[in-house]
Design a protein around this ligand. Structure first.
Ligand SMILES: Nc1ncnc2c1ncn2[C@@H]1O[C@H](COP(=O)(O)OP(=O)(O)OP(=O)(O)O)[C@@H](O)[C@H]1O
Ligand SMILES: [Mg+2]
Length: 258
């Protein structure tokens, strides 16, 4: 039995992690991490390479089992549930290394997503219709008939996002969907995330592109060596000397100040 961490009349966070930890061999990839995300919020997660960001997503979505701690979705303890059980509960994710289904088209990739997840489409026809809507939303309708291997980096990331959206999540976890994109592509990805948020999806975004994370996040959690270094609004976090020292560097801080 997990004790509630908030007063009885407080709204239940859509996501809460409590004391979440994961050890690989003798090394803690994540250690005693706790935070909550309110429905409708966008939480940014930043930190140096190897800080534990992807591990955090893997633990929340059931792709890894924690060494300790708990994950609650909508107040329900889903710790150690299988990934598909958590997905059916309305939690979708993208993979840092994109994982399209090979041998089927972009459109079919998204349709497969639509037959899983939160509100599953029952027929192939329905799933393909959903896929068409989502391809339009993420801007790759013109690639519907392509093989995933033919896509540019930017379009492959859009497909990854489309597959996750096809599950019609209430909580979406994205892992570096902007890595390797050009400035204009980043701008369009930021616009899309704003749009998703307006449609009511709660988002946890792991991202190294600072301009993007500042623009999309209500709050940011900074991970360092598997622990939370600090958290707060983008302004609070990005002016924190510990964050500048551990992650952003002094050049970033000077650029921001001018
Ligand atoms: N399957 C694994 N087996 C062993 N060690 C792992 C495994 N997955 C992650 N780690 C280690 O855990 C730590 C955290 O890795 P993680 O991938 O979560 O970092 P990250 O913050 O996502 O980094 P990046 O910004 O490079 O994506 C690293 O030291 C990594 O080497
Ligand atoms: Mg990662």
């Amino acid at each position: 039995m997990i004790a509630p961490s908030a007063p009885a009349d407080a709204p239940v966070p859509i996501l809460e992690v409590r004391g979440l930890s994961r050890k690989f061999g003798g090394v803690w990839a994540l250690r005693d991490v706790s935070f909550a995300v309110a429905a409708g919020e966008v939480l940014g997660v930043i930190g140096p390479n190897g800080a534990g960001k992807t591990t955090l997503i893997n633990l929340i979505t059931g792709h890894l089992r924690p060494s300790g701690g708990h994950v609650l979705v909508g107040g329900i303890d889903v710790t150690k549930q299988r990934p598909w059980v958590i997905a059916h509960d309305g939690v979708a994710r993208t993979f840092q290394i994109v994982k399209p289904f090979r041998g089927v088209t972009v459109r079919e990739n998204v349709a497969i997503g639509a037959m899983h997840g939160n509100h599953r489409d029952r027929s192939v026809r329905e799933a393909l219709e959903t896929a068409d809507q989502i391809l339009e939303l993420v801007g790759i309708t013109h690639r519907a008939g392509s093989a995933p291997s033919e896509l540019s980096v930017a379009d492959a990331r859009r497909l990854e996002l489309a597959k996750a959206l096809a599950c019609r999540p209430r909580l979406l976890l994205i892992d570096e969907v902007m890595a390797g994109l050009r400035p204009q592509e980043i701008e369009s990805a930021v616009g899309l995330i704003h749009q998703l948020r307006e449609s009511g999806i709660t988002i946890v975004a792991v991202e190294h592109v600072m301009k993007a994370i500042i623009s999309i996040s209500d709050r940011i959690v900074v991970l360092h060596h598997g622990s939370i270094l600090t958290s707060g609004t983008p302004d609070q976090v990005l002016s924190d000397p510990r964050v500048i020292e551990a992650y952003l560097g002094h050049r970033f801080a000077r650029r921001r100040a001018t």
